[in-house]
Design a protein around this ligand. Structure first.
Ligand SMILES: [Zn+2]
Ligand SMILES: [Zn+2]
Length: 442
């Protein structure tokens, strides 16, 4: 077979297993699980790996797993990723009644694509034409929901990071990987030009309680402190450069308890997003200064806890070219394919892209709005079968023959080394405190 014939074989094979592939996708849809609790989903992935005769490593970042297959010929090591977790959307028609977890981001379909891709690529008649090796990696906790649970795992020393891929990078799961790719559900076929990264911050304002009617002069109002910090922050929004895509948004999980008591505690949790690690740090420092100024103004105390972060996602031209060509020419001829859409949201695939040339491509077949109750597959072939073809065809291009295309793609420069990445991640989970209380108040 030449390469084009092999690609045709891939498509024919996956088409012939269409019903089976759709069934697995729908099975995954019906077992939504939250971050680091994806036990059933992970076990299902494991059973598919086992059926394919793959050797695997389990318990990676708790629920993650990785199965490898080697062609025994030198060449790039290509990782194909699938995300395991769902998120909390109680109204979603396929939400778990107990946990309210639902696949409202379509991870079940993308994970299914990885399984479908493994099914065809591991066949000897395919492997014989390739070089290098393949690593199929199921990654936990992309949505990072269930945060108190994740925080407890970190406190117990079972985890270092909220994001599953961040954790896997730290644990060395990606150390031997040359190229990484995954796909994500959406309303159209496209590759983004990038994603924002973020740092998640908790701002805790400590004031002093007093009778709100009789002696407000004896208190320090934590809500006033918080409001002042927010006003200062809003006034700085025009200092953010357009190209940095900075977005800051949050909510107030704690704002006092009674109407007649000056609140002595207020908490504002927010996410600071930006297009580069530098832009995120700059915006994050501005937040800290606003908190410091508000604490000073009221003579109070404020804590800044940087909880965790994801890195921005970088697009790699060579991988995007290969993907676009396969989608345009083979999978969806005549259907619009877009490149260069910037995503101001975030993914921990960004972390992978900081240290390994990576592809994060979107496939169509879903309607509604991601992360809400109407995000559902509207075309089963586009949602479950086509993405498996996309991943498999890209792998063929990258590992065909002596793997020239894969070697070239692997040479594209990454912004960071793993060590630099881990250093930056530490900064995303640090903290500081500003104390302007008068001595006698301590
Ligand atoms: Zn999502
Ligand atoms: Zn997602």
């Amino acid at each position: 077979m030449n390469k084009e014939e092999l690609k045709q074989y891939i498509c024919d094979f996956l088409d012939s297993r269409k019903e089976e592939i759709i069934r697995t996708g729908e099975e995954l849809l019906r077992m939504p699980e939250l971050a680091y609790c994806e036990n059933r989903t992970s076990a299902l992935v494991g059973s598919h790996f086992k059926k394919l005769g793959l050797k695997e490593k389990t318990g990676l970042a708790i629920t993650g797993r990785r199965a490898d297959i080697d062609t025994q010929r030198p060449g790039p090591r290509l990782a194909i990723l699938g995300e395991l977790d769902a998120l909390i959307v109680p109204q979603h028609p396929f939400a778990d009644p107990q946990t309210h977890a639902a696949h409202a981001c379509g991870h079940h379909a993308a994970l299914n694509a990885m399984l479908g891709c493994a099914k065809v690529l591991t066949r000897p008649e395919v492997m014989q034409h390739l070089c290098g090796s393949l690593a199929f990696i199921a990654t936990p906790s992309e949505e990072c929901q269930n945060q108190p649970y994740i925080a407890s795992l970190i406190a117990e020393g079972k985890l270092q990071f909220f994001g599953g891929k961040s954790e896997m990078i730290a644990k060395g799961v990606f150390d031997d990987i040359d190229l990484a790719m995954m796909c994500h559900a959406g309303g159209s076929n496209f590759t983004p030009s990038g994603f924002n990264g973020f740092v998640m911050k908790r701002l805790i304002f400590h004031g002093k309680s007093a009778h709100a009617g009789a002696n407000p002069d004896k208190g320090i109002n934590a809500i006033s402190m918080m409001r002042s910090a927010m006003t200062l922050l809003d006034a700085q929004r025009d200092t953010f450069r357009d190209e940095d895509h900075v977005r800051i948004h949050g909510y107030i999980p704690d704002g006092g308890e009674a109407v007649n008591v000056v609140p002595d505690r207020a908490v504002f949790t927010l996410q600071v997003r930006g297009a580069t690690p530098e832009a995120i740090s700059d915006a994050s420092e501005k937040v800290d200064r606003c908190v410091q100024a508000a604490a000073l103004a009221f003579g109070g105390r404020a804590e800044v806890q940087n909880l965790f972060g994801f890195m921005p996602l970088i697009a790699y031209g060579k991988l995007d070219d290969i993907h676009e060509e396969n989608v345009r020419n083979i999978i969806a001829p005549g259907v619009p394919f877009t490149r260069g859409i910037y995503r101001p949201s975030s993914t921990d695939m960004g972390d992978v892209s900081m240290i390994i040339p990576s592809l994060h491509a979107y496939f169509r077949g879903f309607s509604g709005t991601a992360h809400t109750d109407d995000f559902l597959a509207c075309d089963q072939v586009q949602a479950y079968v086509d993405p498996a073809k996309m991943l498999a065809l890209n792998a063929i291009d990258l590992l065909w023959g002596d793997g020239t295309a894969g070697r070239e793609a692997a040479k594209e420069k990454t912004p960071l080394t793993k060590e630099e990445y881990l250093e930056k991640m530490q900064a995303f989970s640090s903290g500081t405190e500003y104390d302007f209380r008068k001595k006698e108040q301590e």
